[in-house]
Design a protein. Structure first.
Length: 415
């Protein structure tokens, strides 16, 4: 069968990403022999990108039967979906720009494969399983969750005692959030803003809303490019950290009057609301890089607008009654994946190595031996990913001497 042009382009880009994912490649090579996932059905709901394709290839090399759908309607790279289907024979249900109904139809197509392990980025698969597809719960051994927002949802389910199977919170591995959330989001959010607008960051006033790991990343990359960065934060410790990191920290209302570019990374709802749009300067650019498209109150903005039109790919102009224009990027969906390609492969290498090893860990646990809880990534996996990444970068680190080890674990060695 001849391949479509789209699939060929997808394959080229998948292999390019793979060159920059040495940890995952190493796991794939080992798994091709060991087959730790032999016969296990995996249903994944992740952003359909070149990096995800390499994760899917790794799971398949480990012996799993994999089906994939998108975890966001706007993040799918259609060439990657084509290559997964046509080149790698991995059923992939995703079309960029799909409507809500199609999005859930695709989730259900993945669930129809009766997976034993679920992989989520935002918990939509878990939610659907616990809602309309409860008959499938008895097949499930466990799952993984990629992102902060998903882990928050799952912890709430655990607390309410409605969670029906164990989930590994991949996001909580240090080799995930310290790198993916910070350096990944830091770079890719700005990449999305730049590809959408081609706006000069140097000398601009850029407001970062939320100073978690993602916010820290966006603030530091924007500062590095010459922006005057303002941080808006609700948590006192994080706000203090932002102050001492050298940012101007203020309220959203005050920031609204001076910002030229706004980036939300809070995971919370309507952090930019009507009262903030009312105060913004003409030409303000507003983007979201949090998982769901809830951070900007676009319904309010739509009500305030006399006209809404697309002025560039991924840029919508909202013209207000007083003539001011506000530019919203990627319909308020995560700008790094909707207007750019998501995080670079080098950083997804660590996140997805954690995913792969966590799936194998789950598969190795006797059925029913884990509680219906959210579990951390086992520490050995986290450290192994760090060790492998350093090795791939040919970076050497120190070995402690026996004397140094002893000193660090003693209490009686004083002055
Ligand atoms: N999340 C953020 N960036 C990503 C990428 N490149 N692939 C998959 N998920 C992502």
């Amino acid at each position: 069968m001849s391949l479509s042009e789209l699939a060929r382009e997808g394959e080229r880009r998948i292999l390019w990403a793979d060159r920059h994912m040495p940890v995952l490649t190493g796991i794939r090579e080992r798994w091709s022999e060991e087959k730790p996932l032999a016969g296990i059905r995996i249903g994944a709901c992740l952003h359909v990108t070149t990096e995800t394709a390499n994760l899917m290839r790794t799971l398949k090399a480990g012996g799993a039967e994999v089906a994939l759908c998108a975890s966001n309607p706007l993040s799918t790279q259609d060439d990657v979906a084509a290559a997964l289907n046509e080149v790698y024979d991995i059923p992939t249900y995703a079309v960029r720009g799909e409507d809500n109904q199609t999005y859930y139809h695709h989730i259900n197509q993945v669930l129809d494969t009766r997976p034993a392990i679920t992989m989520d980025d935002g918990a939509d698969l878990v939610n659907t399983l616990h809602g309309k597809r409860r008959e499938l719960l008895e097949n499930i051994l466990g799952g993984t969750e990629e992102t902060t927002t998903g882990v928050i949802r799952l912890r709430a389910m655990e607390k309410e005692e409605v969670l029906q199977y164990p989930i590994v919170a991949v996001n909580e591995a240090l080799t995930k959030h310290m790198f993916d959330n910070r350096y990944g989001t830091g770079q890719s959010a700005l990449d999305g803003i730049l590809r959408a607008t081609n706006y000069l960051i140097a000398g601009s006033t850029l407001v970062v809303v939320g100073y978690g790991w993602c916010g820290k990343g966006v603030a530091s990359r924007a500062k590095g490019m010459g922006a005057n960065v303002i941080v808006v934060e609700a948590d006192p410790l994080r706000a203090l950290e932002a102050v001492m990191d050298g940012y101007w920290v203020t309220s959203m209302v005050k920031a609204s009057t001076v910002g030229q570019i706004f980036v939300t990374v809070t995971g919370d709802k309507h952090v930019i609301d009507r009262q903030h749009f009312e105060r913004m300067r003409d030409g303000a650019i507003v983007a979201n890089s949090g998982h769901f498209d809830v951070e900007l109150n676009l319904d309010a903005l739509r009500e305030m607008a006399v006209e809404v039109k697309e002025v560039r790919e991924n840029v919508e102009e909202y013209r207000l009654q007083d003539g001011r224009r506000i530019f919203v990027l990627a319909q308020g969906r995560l700008v790094n994946l909707a207007a750019a390609e998501g995080h670079p492969a080098q950083v997804m290498d660590m996140s997805f190595a954690n995913q792969a090893l966590s799936v194998a860990w789950l598969a190795g646990q006797p059925r029913g031996s884990l509680g219906k809880q959210v579990f951390p990534v086992p520490e050995e996996i986290d450290r192994e990913v760090a060790r492998l990444k350093l090795a791939s970068l040919q970076i050497e680190i120190e070995d402690l001497t026996a004397e140094q080890e002893k000193y660090l674990t003693s209490f009686d060695l004083g002055t």
